[in-house]
Ligand binder design. Sequence first.
Ligand code: HEC
Ligand SMILES: [Cu+2]
Length: 354
Amino acid sequence: MRGWMGKFRSLFLFGALTMFLTGCGVDNISALKPKGYGSELLFDLMLISIAIMIFVFVIVMAIYAFVLLRYREKKGQEHIVPKQTEGNKALEVIWTVIPIILLLVLAIPTVQATFDLADQSTQGDEGVLTVDVTGNQYWWQFDYADQEISTSQEIYIPTNERVYLNMKASDVIHSFWVPAIAGKMDTIPGENMNTMYLEAYEEGVYEGFCAELCGPSHSLMYFKVIAVSPDEFDQWVEDMQNIDPEATPETTTAQEGQELFNNNCMSCHAIGGASAGVGPNLGNFANREKIAGILQPSKDNLVDWIVHPDEVKPGNQMPAELVSEEDAAKIADYLLELDHSDVGNDLEMQSVEE
Ligand code: HEC
Ligand SMILES: [Cu+2]
């Protein structure tokens, strides 16, 4: 194994690492493929800082190589000490001024972007959407106060419009992060409310994460941002407003499921309307990309969740074994009929798990 292979080992490792890192640019998830106003600002800052770093690195390495070659000990000159210089005004001015210029080149756009990202000038204007975001262990709640609707796990927004988020947490600090569209913002319990905005350029399903360690299921606290055209968004709002919690399901098992749900689950959940409560509003549940943010939407997974949410998301606030597996199957039939809007169904999702 020595010789040929050994010589090129570091090259192989480097090659493998490069291949591995190319996976970091998945569409709709990555900050390296910005699809929104905020993420684009941040990406541009990354490019500027990387360009400055490369510039500094190349110059320093060139000087290093030059000195190494030019002043190395040569045969027959082992004991010669070259002329020593102390203090050189011109050089010192140069290596002080250049970094100052580089820092200014970095600082000006950074400060500009910081103010731009904190801009709230149009919040509250006619036709400008504001969504109240609440981080909970381990799910996200999205309340559209003006529209009187409430969702969870998935926030719908119209494309190319600035959507403001008023953000807080119900229990501990969480952090709302959608790398492909915007930066990251902490949600904090108590009186403090943070604000940010989303502005997506393209329709799509964008993956979001909790970016602040918040408990044992922190890493399962996914959500989706679903960006649709403004017309489709209006349609979605209308669909959500029309959800009737008392509508009779089609099949008899689902009807039994509805009754079981009303008796066992309504203390924490809501179907349609503006409120959520302790648990998510399940009004448009069958339309979710995932169950509880993480499970593939199938009846088996839903039954597993209803009977043992603690095994899926350790430490979450939904009690286990509220109903038998048999009853859970009926409830699942009911919940999987709660499909009240087609908006966004045509969008494809890329996911980190796939
Ligand atoms: C004590 C309050 C409480 C009760 C009672 C309760 N849940 Fe939940 N439920 C929650 C909470 C909190 C969550 C969010 C858990 C998480 O994702 O961390 C949740 C999540 C869910 C989800 C996933 C929702 C989503 O957004 O994907 C489903 C489905 C669900 N519950 C069904 C039920 C059913 C069915 C019952 C009755 C058998 C029930 N729940 C009873 C609190 C409750
Ligand atoms: Cu969290």
